[in-house]
Design a protein around this ligand. Structure first.
Ligand code: ZN
Length: 178
């Protein structure tokens, strides 16, 4: 298996039909790491290049990222391995994207013949982040946050303990009706 260069030409790789791999630190992905608890960890990308029926370069493969997600209850790090399969088609412009079938995920190249691996895979990394991130076992959460939640619940008898981050749209209304 070849090493995928950090900048590559998808059409060239498609012509060779190469299977490639690259490991990048999470810290190289600015938008992705901004959503995480910190920028430690690695992303491993396996990609095989070929052509679609319409002769567009396509990269098919898997990515596995070992990252620290941010727990939505206590905001502390939660080590996770995320993996997903992708099939990404390289196109010149957003206008070309409109003509693609819905199930195809495009990567817009712009005027350039080559692309940086971060621009190629970062959207995929962000899209496969789980919507709900929480320490499964409450005892893994930051004890100070858990204690604060308990106190909050104790101060308001009759109200059920809501998980942190739960937004109550009627809270303001409640106040008005008093
Ligand atoms: Zn937690």
């Amino acid at each position: 298996m070849d090493k995928l260069p950090t900048r590559f030409n998808p059409a060239e790789l498609a012509r060779s039909g190469r299977a490639t791999q690259i490991t990048l630190p999470v810290s190289h992905f600015a938008r992705f790491s901004a959503i995480l608890a910190d920028d430690s960890g690695d992303v491993v990308i396996d990609a095989k290049f070929g052509w679609t029926e319409d002769r567009l370069p396509v990269a098919t493969g898997t990515q596995t990222s070992n990252v620290n997600l941010s727990c939505q209850r206590c905001l502390q790090a939660l080590a996770s391995e995320l993996t997903s399969q992708f099939s990404l088609v390289f196109i010149a412009s957003e206008a070309d994207a409109a003509e693609l079938p819905e199930e195809i995920d495009p990567v817009v190249m712009g005027d350039s013949d080559d692309i940086h691996v971060v621009d190629f895979i970062e959207d995929e990394l962000i899209l496969q982040l789980p919507a709900r991130v929480i320490h499964e076992d409450e005892s893994d959460c930051d004890p100070a946050v858990i204690a604060a939640l308990r106190n909050q619940a104790a101060e308001k008898p009759g109200e059920k303990e809501a998980p942190a981050g739960t937004h109550n749209p009627f809270k303001g209304l409640d106040e008005l009706l008093k």
